[in-house]
Design a protein around this ligand. Sequence first.
Ligand code: ZN
Length: 264
Amino acid sequence: MSRLRLRWEENTSPTLAAAVARDPVVILPVGSIEQHGNHLPVGCDANSAEAVALRAAEGFLDVERPVLVLPALWYGYSPHHMAFAGTVTLRSETFLAVVQDVLDSVLSQGVRRVVILNGHGGNVSSLDVVASRLGQAWHGKARIVAVTYFQLAAARQDEFRESTMGGMGHACEFETSVQLALHPDQVDMSTAVPCYPRPPSPRQSTDLFGSSVVRGYHDFKDLSPTGTLGDPSLASREKGEMILGICVEELRTFLAEFATWPMT
Ligand SMILES: [Zn+2]
């Protein structure tokens, strides 16, 4: 039998059958294709989630319960970005159905531990619904959780953050740093423009680590002329490596814990 590989799609069917019998943790990275200001690629959220998943899963193949990474879902739920060129969105019904069908496939073949690793804020509510629906359908037989990768760094933002609230939102200090670390060739810093948006209520925040007591639809065209929310001028490659390191470390800790969760 061929050697087990990290990426699900690079394995043969018999190799995966043997891996599934070892009760693996399976990660589904989920992103979106959407504008990220003038300076970042539209695949930012998907490539970030996939990179964090692959880096975190490294070294987990030879342990009792291996970690495998499914092919990333590059499309997500991004209607609030559609006013900007390059955005491609699924309808929420389609998005829910695709994620659910992908995960139902592996669950029905015996996978019992699934982590949806999300890279896009607009997906959060839908993925909560999927994790809840599947969790109920597979109750007692499998565990399904959803994690948004940048939230893994929330408690440690003082280690890398220079901007005030509002500086980390979208194509911002945080995401620009991550792209400079992962894909510097796809970043055009000469076109990066900071924007500290003012949502209509002080009870709303556009910051990745802010909290919105009042929630609702915000079209990004109304919040920012370029689509950027936050301050990309504070981004650096070093900061991106630090952020990725924190996200990967936190995810690895969780993966080890999740591998031991009981089924109820
Ligand atoms: Zn993003």
